[in-house]
Design a protein around this ligand. Structure first.
Ligand SMILES: *Cc1c(COP(=O)(O)O)cnc(C)c1O
Length: 464
């Protein structure tokens, strides 16, 4: 399998290059040159596999430049750090299923992709005798998942900027209690936007970027999408077996369109509307819901909500879907993206909206509804949802119809105890592993919000 850009039919990259490049040289995103359609026989062979073996079979379709032995080793190593042998877990009440994706080291679904990416990076760096320095800004979740993905990996250092004293206590603890020689938490005296601006400005200094082999840890890396396809298929097989039905709907709390794009690929691979539709759940930052329901993809101000990891307006993986929406036409995709960059909006016709709605249903969930859903769901099932998962459950139930419904649980409630306690009306018990974080030593540096100070820190500590 080779990879192509969403914007130009000019080159083909191998899987390894795709992982390293991140972005296509023409500014587009990288996608596989075709999406394999599973045959009935293949589906039959895949449906009873363990999570890791299923991942191996699926990745084998997309990776031609690693040997089967190497690929297996990377997969098994990636998921060793999880608290369940099957990586994910399914809970159900009748034909309503919760797919728990938060059994990795930082208690949120980003671990599933970033643990894999960390192991993969290390392997590829050792092959080429390269070193990299990862640099990123976080408002919470991604930073800790990235740190846990690459800590203890050879030839990789990581520098994560966060706004000092402006992230949640648990997020702060999760990142800063990683006391490792090549892990640097930079607490910036400023806002998340300041952190992002610093990172952006450093990446724009190309000689500096090159000299220190700086690399981003963003959500557009193809390997992350690939890793996320697996749990859609795994859950589809388990649920259809149990329900004796061929079709399901899957509800996905969405921010950057990464997770749900992996769901779209899984839907295409299974074919025959086996995943009948994906339910795209947003919070009050509803650009994607407006797009599915009215064809209005226009940017508004970001509103901070109780599901902060979905507080996004411009979804960085949207372009990948657009490419398939335009029947893999890179010219149409490029034109659309350029128009979007100029006008900050795209409008889709009624016919186009109908086409979008063959893949997605969508609803925007308010913060009040989120709290209510946590409270009501607990009352009915004794199960505690995190605020992101609650957004997905709320939207999912709206569109359940007669289909078995799978709701993705993207974080453990213990990552957002303030909101969850408020919804429940009492303080729920945190897992021991999280309570323990409070007593651990911490490592972080407080720096003023100045590009030059961060740069000189990098000069000092970067691997070269
Ligand atoms: C990142 C995140 C999301 C959104 O995922 P996208 O791939 O950006 O759509 C949802 N829930 C949680 C808990 C997250 O951390």
């Amino acid at each position: 399998m080779l990879y192509v850009s969403t914007r130009k039919r000019a080159f083909h990259l191998s899987f390894k290059d795709t992982v390293f490049e991140g972005l296509a040289p023409d500014g587009g995103l990288l996608v596989p040159e075709r999406i394999p359609l599973l045959t009935k026989k293949e589906i039959e062979e895949l449906k009873d596999l363990t999570y890791q073996e299923l991942a191996f079979r699926i990745f084998s379709l997309y990776v031609s430049d690693l040997s089967p032995g190497e690929l297996r080793e990377i997969i098994y190593k990636s998921y060793q750090s999880f608290r369940t042998s099957q990586v994910v877990a399914l809970k159900n009440w009748g034909d309503l299923y919760i797919l728990e994706l938060f059994h990795g080291p930082t208690w949120a679904f980003k671990d599933i992709a970033l643990q894999f990416l960390g192991v993969l990076f290390e392997k590829l760096l050792l092959e080429t005798e390269r070193k990299i320095n990862l640099l990123g800004a976080t408002s919470g979740d991604t930073g800790s998942a990235a740190i846990y993905g690459v800590m203890d990996k050879k030839n990789i250092a990581i520098f994560i900027l966060h706004p000092y004293q402006k992230i949640s206590e648990i997020q702060f603890l999760m990142m800063t209690t990683v006391v490792r020689p090549r892990v640097y938490n930079l607490a910036i005296e400023g806002t998340f936007d300041d952190c992002q601006a610093i990172v952006k400005s450093i990446f724009m200094d190309l000689p500096f970027k090159k000299k220190y082999s700086l690399s981003a840890i963003n959500s557009i890396n193809w390997a992350r999408i690939m890793a996320q396809m697996v749990y859609y298929l795994w859950a589809y097989f388990r649920v259809t077996e149990k329900e004796k039905k061929a079709q399901v709907r899957i509800s996905v709390p969405t921010g950057n369109f990464g997770d749900i794009f992996a769901g779209y690929l899984a839907k295409r691979m299974l074919g025959e509307d086996r995943i009948e539709r994906l339910i795209l759940a947003t919070n009050e930052n509803d650009i994607l819901a407006r797009w599915v329901n009215k064809g209005d993809y226009s940017v508004k101000e970001v509103i901070p909500t109780l599901s902060p990891s979905m507080d996004i307006q411009v979804a960085s993986n949207f372009e990948r879907y657009l490419y398939y929406f335009y029947e893999e036409d890179p010219d149409k995709t490029r034109e659309s993206m350029e128009r979007f960059l100029r006008e900050r909006k795209l409008s889709f016709s009624r016919e186009e909206v109908q086409k979008i709605q063959k893949d997605f249903l969508s609803s925007a969930v308010t913060q009040e509804e989120t709290l209510e859903t946590i409270r009501e769901f607990f009352k009915e099932t004794n199960y505690i949802l995190d605020p992101h998962t609650a957004v997905g459950v709320r939207a999912g139930l709206k569109f359940k119809d007669n289909f078995p419904l799978i709701c993705l649980a993207t974080a453990h409630p213990a990552k957002f105890p303030e909101t969850v306690n408020k919804a429940l009306g009492f303080n729920f018990d945190l897992p021991e592993e999280i309570k323990r974080l409070y007593a651990l030593p911490k490592k972080f540096e407080v720096l003023p919000s100045e590009v030059e100070r961060v740069k000189s820190f990098l000069q000092d500590k970067a691997l070269i």
